[in-house]
Design a protein around this ligand. Structure first.
Ligand code: TRP
Length: 444
């Protein structure tokens, strides 16, 4: 496949799949999914999550990829090209801001993974560890300002080093080899966790659905998490779609990405909850959940210290392929729209992002707040606007034609059109209206 322009392009369809999957699969699956599910009652949340992925997020994924590939531009320029002289590029701008803000808290958590990697490498996970020791270990990293800020800076620097060198050199390579290794390791950990004594309680928490537990806050949390996990609602997939050439088949690639992302989130649940319940922990423990639970699995494994080091290294890399996509959206805006040099822009944006990350590194509550505002609401609103754009401005027909261009039309294209025009926007509006309190009697 030839590069479509000077902007760079993916070397192959597989390269695109792996890079998009690399963007989707990250801390959202391993860190955010389990603790959000834990806070929202487990099985009920997971059921709603799966429905959101299939009914709303998958259609939005196609919408974003179509916009990107049709325009061959990053978000702001993409809207400007498909809808000249209209306010729609503002949706792209919202995405750039959202991506920047997400990167600022994501990098803090990614920094923690480096902290854990460091500890694993010096053999700190080899011996037995009680729950309290595990909590203390988490606090020693996340609660120490200097450590936390330094690790955040380190992670942002790693991200910048990849983004600086452009799409193909950096993103594609990192995704191609390491993600499959990560998957195998996750399956192994899930098996270990599920065979711990007392694990069945955790499986019940994950799969025994109590429909009465589905409240508005569960639905909002699940929908937001689904957008977050699939990297939707802020233009990351528009940007990646723009690097995909017109003669590649799109639908299968997008399905694979969504399936892989969902499988890994569920796997993370299968790792965390059986072990958590086996150890008698509390599922609603919040952002520290994964970091506190995992050490208890590692020390019950032969060669646990080795597995721990491998796991945190791979998790850091999974996080890196995600932070790359976040930074790439912001950087490509300035490169494409303002004509700035990639190198200079990358370092400038990275430094600005570091400044915004500092409060999250210092205060867990700030991190939480950013995760909700930008990781949930801004993405949900972004996805709504993207649906409205494709459904009512650019046109379902044009989008379907773009998707079909590589030789594979979208299966159930008519249904997709109805979802993008009506169902997804209505569902999102009703959910947001419930949150704002416009629908009386709905329990948040
Ligand atoms: N999806 C990634 C994860 O699950 C995070 C991420 C990367 C993201 N790019 C994004 C989230 C764009 C929202 C939008 O870890």
């Amino acid at each position: 496949m030839a590069a479509t322009s000077k902007r760079g392009a993916f070397g192959s369809r597989l390269g695109f799949i792996l890079a998009a999957a690399g963007s989707a699969i990250g801390l959202g699956n391993i860190w955010r999914f389990p603790y959000t599910a834990g806070q929202h009652g487990g099985a009920a949340f997971i059921l709603v999550y799966l429905i959101c992925v299939v009914v709303i997020c998958l259609p939005v994924l196609f919408a974003e990829l179509a916009i990107g590939r049709a325009s061959q531009m990053s978000p702001v320029g993409a809207f400007a090209r498909l809808a000249p002289r209209s306010p729609w590029p503002l949706v792209g701008a919202l995405g750039v801001i959202t991506g920047f803000a997400i990167l600022a808290f994501y990098a803090v958590v990614a920094g923690w993974t480096l902290g854990y990697l460091g500890r694993a490498l010096v053999g700190r996970f080899a011996g037995a560890m009680t729950h309290d020791q595990s909590v203390a270990a988490f606090d020693a990293i996340s609660g120490a300002p200097v450590v936390s800020i330094a690790l955040t800076a380190l992670f942002l620097t790693l991200t910048a080093l990849v983004v600086r060198s452009g799409v193909q050199g950096g993103i594609e390579m990192a995704s191609k080899i390491l993600m499959p290794v990560f998957f195998v390791l996750l399956v192994g950990l899930a098996v270990r966790s599920m065979t711990l004594p007392g694990a069945s309680e955790g499986l019940r928490f994950l799969f025994h659905v109590d429909l009465s537990k589905i409240t508005l806050s569960v639905v909002v949390g699940a929908l937001g998490q689904a957008f977050f996990s699939l990297s939707l609602g802020m233009g990351a997939m528009i940007t990646y779609g723009s690097y995909l050439s017109h003669d590649e088949r799109l639908p299968g690639a997008a399905f694979s990405v969504a399936a892989a992302d969902t499988a890994i989130a569920l796997l993370a649940g299968l790792i965390i909850f059986p072990a958590l319940f086996a150890a008698g922990g509390d599922p609603s423990g919040g952002p520290g959940l994964v970091f506190v639970v995992l050490p208890s699995i590692f020390h019950q494994l032969p060669l646990g210290g080795v597995f721990a080091a491998a796991f945190y290294a791979l998790l850091a890399i999974a996080a890196l392929t995600s932070t790359i996509s976040l930074l790439e959206v912001v950087v490509s805006y300035f490169v494409d729209e303002k004509g700035w040099s990639r190198e200079r822009t990358t370092w400038l944006v990275t430094f600005a992002c570091f400044l915004l990350a500092v409060p999250s590194a210092l205060w867990g509550s700030f991190l939480d707040w950013q995760s909700v505002i930008f990781g949930n609401y801004a993405l949900t609103i972004g996805a709504l606007l993207i649906c409205l754009f494709v459904g009512w401005k650019w046109g379902v027909g044009s989008a379907l034609a773009e998707i079909a261009r590589g030789g594979a039309p979208l299966p159930l294209g008519r249904v997709w059109g109805l979802i993008v025009r009506f169902l997804a926007p209505l569902a999102i509006i009703v959910i947001l209206a419930g949150v704002v309190g416009l629908i009386p009697g709905v329990e948040f």
